[in-house]
Design a protein around this ligand. Structure first.
Ligand code: FES
Length: 116
């Protein structure tokens, strides 16, 4: 089972659909809501580094604005033929706000650093 370290998202979460870049645990990430669900994913497109937080959502997929590659927001998989994927961070709702889980390597567990 993955060892996760949970970080509170301090950003104010807007109503309705949104997409924006946030910084959490020292990483620039893409936070968004579409179809009433909040997602946190990597912000750099695996194709050529486009900023996914400047993209948009269509049919539960996140679209990169640079070459319009599409990524499934449930499992991170790129659309057919792309052969790539994005990292999806698990989210947990607590009484005091929203938390995101980051995997920790053995090194991270020993020295308090995060892997992804
Ligand atoms: S950089 Fe994202 S699709 Fe090419």
């Amino acid at each position: 089972m993955a060892n996760l370290r949970w970080y509170k998202i301090d950003e104010k979460i807007p109503e309705g659909d949104f997409i924006r870049q946030i910084t959490l645990a020292g990483k620039k990430l893409c936070l968004l809501r579409t179809e009433n669900k909040i997602h946190l994913v990597q912000n750099s497109c695996p194709h050529a580094g486009g900023l996914l937080s400047t993209g948009w959502c269509e049919n539960s997929q996140l679209i990169c604005p640079i070459h319009r590659y599409a990524y499934n927001l449930e499992n991170g998989r790129g659309a057919e033929g792309q052969g790539d994927y994005i990292h999806i961070y698990p989210l947990r709702e607590e009484a005091d706000g929203l938390y995101a889980g980051f995997r920790q390597s053995l090194f991270g567990r020993l020295f308090g650093r995060d892997e992804s």
